[in-house]
Design a protein around this ligand. Structure first.
Ligand SMILES: CC(C)(COP(=O)(O)OP(=O)(O)OC[C@H]1O[C@@H](n2cnc3c(N)ncnc32)[C@H](O)[C@@H]1OP(=O)(O)O)[C@@H](O)C(=O)NCCC(=O)NCCS
Length: 166
């Protein structure tokens, strides 16, 4: 296993991340939210257009995760204007889970946050996403709040907010 995590700089790679996101979201959220909500959220947050807007207008950065030459995961992060760093997306294809790659991904997020001079990393996670919650707890994140976000079209995101102190 040779894992490489690097910033996505060019549109063709971002397009491949969008395709990967579509596949992972349909697999991992199927028992948590409806198919309609998955499609809606992908269009709103993970389509190529949406990701381009996040990068250009909201200071997001996407990082791609490779095992060899296999693009198998991705991360999205955003520095806030205060001392927080937002871990917006952490996604790994199912066949690559349980192999230590997630810890490398989270370490990379901490590194990015430290170089941005931040003190906290925070994220939101669906209250029923048991595996991700277990991973965040194991890594040292703590639940600091909860939030229900109306995302339109009759859908809501029912999340915990987790925070890690660097
Ligand atoms: C979240 C995700 C990236 C984590 O990757 P993963 O490969 O499943 O994580 P791992 O199995 O490597 O677990 C990471 C660490 O947490 C630990 N862990 C995992 N499940 C655990 C549990 N139930 N209890 C205690 N520790 C646990 C692992 O032992 C590992 O620690 P280690 O590296 O020291 O051994 C991956 O599951 C994923 O992409 N899920 C679908 C998308 C998703 O839900 N993303 C998060 C949205 S907020």
């Amino acid at each position: 296993m040779t894992v490489e995590i690097k910033k996505v700089k060019y549109l063709p790679e971002l397009r491949r991340v969008a395709e990967l996101a579509d596949a992972i979201w349909h697999e991992c959220f199927v028992d948590i939210i409806s198919e309609g909500q998955i499609d809606y959220m992908i269009e709103k947050f993970q389509s190529l257009d949406a990701m381009c807007r996040q990068i250009e207008e909201q200071s997001y950065a996407y990082l791609s995760v490779y095992d060899g030459d296999d693009l198998c995961g991705y991360i999205a992060v955003k520095p806030e204007s205060d001392d927080r760093f937002f871990l917006s997306k952490l996604y790994l294809r199912s066949d690559k889970r349980g192999q230590g790659i997630a810890s490398l991904m989270i370490e990379r997020v901490f590194k990015e946050a430290r170089s941005a001079g931040k003190r906290y990393v925070y994220l939101t996670v669906n209250k029923h996403n048991d595996r991700a919650i277990a991973v965040y707890k194991k890594t040292g994140f703590e639940i600091t709040d909860q939030v229900v976000t109306d995302i339109g079209n009759g859908y809501v995101m029912d999340d915990y907010i987790f925070t890690y102190t660097l």
